[in-house]
Design a protein around this ligand. Sequence first.
Ligand code: NAP
Length: 249
Amino acid sequence: MATRSALTRNALAANLPEQVEVAEGGLTRPESLEPALQGVTAVHLLSATGPDHVPLETGAHIVDLVRAAGVRRVTVLTTGADGPVEQAVRASDLEWTILLPIDVMSNALGWAETIRSEGVVREPYGERLTASVDIDDFAAVVAAVLVDGGHSGQSYRVTGPEALTPGEKVRAIAAALGEDVRFEELTPEQAREHWRGQGWPEEGIDFMLTMWATVPPTVGTVTPVVKQITGRSPRPFAQWAAENSHAFR
Ligand SMILES: NC(=O)c1ccc[n+]([C@@H]2O[C@H](COP(=O)([O-])OP(=O)(O)OC[C@H]3O[C@@H](n4cnc5c(N)ncnc54)[C@H](OP(=O)(O)O)[C@@H]3O)[C@@H](O)[C@H]2O)c1
C-alpha cells in the first residue's frame, strides 16, 4: 500500500525518479483518485489545470475523497483564484494550508527556444516586477507544512528573495551563459502573434495577456515565507539560471 506517492495522468510520460511510488489518475476524474489515496495521510493538491489554469470544478468531490481516505493534512497550490478546491478545503475539517507561488522561476524555460535560436526573449509588459520562486523552494515549503504541520488554516504567498523584470531575468540568463541575450518588449498584439507562432493554445495566450494586463502589485512583493517555514533562504533567480543554463544552450 502506497504511503508516499506521486499522482500523474500518464505514468510512462511522467519520468519520475525511481524511488517515487507512482499512482496514475487525474484530478478532473476524481474516481481515479481512490486507489491513489489508500494509506495516504497528507496530500498536496492543485486547484487548477491546463494552459489557462482553469479551476478544478471537481474540488468538492476531491476533498470528499481525501477526507474519506483518512487524510488529515492538505496543502493547496492555488493560482490565487478562490475556486472549488480552495472553497472545499476551507469548509472542511482538514488541516489545510493554501500556498500561492506568484510565479515559478522555471516558467523562464519557455524562453529557451528563442534564446537558443536567436539570442533573444520577446515578451509584453516589460516593466512588470515578479517575485518568482524556485520550484525547489516551493516544494520544500510544501514538504515542511505537510510533514511538520503547524500551519493549519493559513494562506501564504510564497516568493523568491527579489522582484525582477523580465529584462533583469534575461540578463541573469545571459550572465549564466556567458553570451549576449537581448530582451525585446512586444505590444500585447505582437505577443499574441509571437505565441501563436510558437504553437501556444489560444486559451493559454488569453490567460497570460489578461493576467499581465491586470497584474496586482503583490506579484512584485517579496514575502519571508520560504525562510520562515523551511529555515533556508530562498534561492535567487541568478542561481536558478546558473543551474539551468544547459536548457538555454
Ligand atoms: N506556473 C506558475 O507560475 C504557476 C503559478 C501559480 C499556480 N500555478 C499552478 O500550479 C500548477 C502547475 O502549474 P504548471 O504551470 O507547472 O502546469 P503543468 O505543467 O500543466 O502541470 C504540472 C504538473 O501538474 C500535474 N497536473 C496538471 N493537471 C493535472 C490534473 N488534472 N490531474 C493530475 N495532475 C495534473 C501534471 O501531472 P501529469 O502531466 O504528470 O499528469 C504535472 O505534474 C497548476 O495548477 C497551475 O495552475 C502555476
